[in-house]
Design a protein around this ligand. Structure first.
Ligand code: SAM
Ligand code: DTB
Ligand code: SF4
Length: 333
């Protein structure tokens, strides 16, 4: 079968750095710009590389839920926390294909399969490979997020035709140890390197609103932007505070600081698709619109993220209509 990434929506080439790297200080200075100046810069960069009215829609499906052996402080699926998530073994390939068809019918162009694993086993990989082939056979872009991978596993996924692998750095190296103790930052970087080496597109971003300070928020963006090439897809999640997780009582981030994070990601990673990710259900339409103005050009689409809620499809369609925006897939039907 053809294992080239599906590129009929928008060709994506990894962007290698030609200029000097971003320092944490320079990124902090971007965050500190007057809001209007930051937004203006972000819009200039955005319009140089993208149609500002187009948005890419990814639909998520949790293919294996809960009981994860990692202790990520934000995550309702960790076996270390009691967030009331019902553990579910891996879904059948047929159930995944049905969900992908429904997502495609609703207008999504990418289907992202997520699993609550530290890393997949050989048996897990055999099923995931079948899922990737089947979803790709529908003509959708495929994405998976399965935890850490070794070289053989990245090759298997690439051979199955996986277009994107999502693996988030989540926060800065300095703050990481406050959030997760069961793996370290270098483990994440190593998996991303393997994904890149195998020839798949890299999807990597993080979570803000976990109690990090401005320097640490800038530190996350610096890590992402200084990858050479930087990720083609950058999800920016606003912490979804789930009762039973250690971060449930964290003070909320000021919404304008969330918008600023999107703008800074746009400026430092001009050709990346910056995804306005978890936390949208808790956001007003006005803040979401500011995120689009700041350079976000992708969202998770569908009523469910992995275990938590996301805006209804009709609500998202109404918002895009109101803003005169369109879904990438709609342009190609
Ligand atoms: N287990 C794999 C891993 O951690 O790489 C894949 C699934 S994991 C749930 C995918 C990502 O979801 C995490 O890296 C994190 O960025 C995001 N995430 C999990 N819980 C979240 C929450 N409560 N709020 C925002 N983002 C969250
Ligand atoms: C990403 O950066 N965010 C998505 C996706 N990649 C896998 C996951 C968000 C999860 C939010 C909490 C939940 O629904 O369990
Ligand atoms: Fe497991 Fe991923 Fe949740 Fe961490 S974020 S506990 S690795 S499912």
């Amino acid at each position: 079968m053809n294992t080239q990434p599906i590129t009929f929506f928008q060709p994506i080439q990894p962007t290698h750095h030609t200029e000097s790297l971003w320092s944490v200080e320079a990124i902090t200075a971007l965050f500190q710009l007057p809001f209007a100046d930051l937004m203006y810069r972000a819009q200039q960069v955005h319009r140089e590389h993208f149609d500002p009215n187009a948005v890419q829609l990814s639909t998520l499906l949790s293919i294996k839920t809960g009981g994860c052996s990692e202790d990520c402080g934000y995550c309702p699926q960790s076996a270390f926390h009691n967030a009331g998530v019902e553990n579910q073994k891996m879904l059948d390939v047929s159930a995944v294909v049905e969900a992908a068809k429904a997502a495609q019918h609703a207008g999504a162009d990418r289907f992202c399969m997520g699993a609550a694993w530290r890393e997949p086993s050989a048996a897990d990989m055999a099923s995931v490979v079948e899922m990737v082939k089947a979803v790709r056979g529908l003509g959708m872009e495929t994405c998976a997020t399965l935890g850490m991978l070794n070289d053989q596993q990245t090759e298997q996924l690439r051979a199955a035709g996986l277009d994107y692998y999502n693996h988030n750095l989540d926060t800065s190296p300095e703050f990481y140890g406050d959030i997760i103790s069961t793996r370290d930052y270098q483990d994440r970087l190593d998996t991303l390197e393997r994904v890149r080496k195998a020839g798949m597109h890299v999807c990597s971003g993080g979570i803000v609103g976990m109690g990090e300070n401005l320097t640490q928020r800038a530190g996350l963006v610096a890590q992402l932007a200084n990858m050479n090439p930087y990720p083609e897809s950058v999800p920016i999640n606003n912490l979804v505070k789930v009762e039973g997780t250690p971060l449930a009582e964290t003070e909320s981030l000021d919404p304008f600081d969330f918008v600023r994070t999107i703008a800074v990601a746009r400026i430092t990673m001009p050709t990346a698709r910056v995804r306005l990710s978890a936390g949208r259900q808790q956001m007003s339409d006005a803040i979401q619109a500011l995120c689009f103005l700041a350079g976000a050009n992708s969202i998770f689409y569908g009523e469910q993220l992995l275990t938590t809620g996301n805006p209804m499809v009709e609500q998202d369609r109404a918002l895009l209509d109101k803003l005169g925006m369109y879904a990438l897939a709609d342009k190609h039907v």
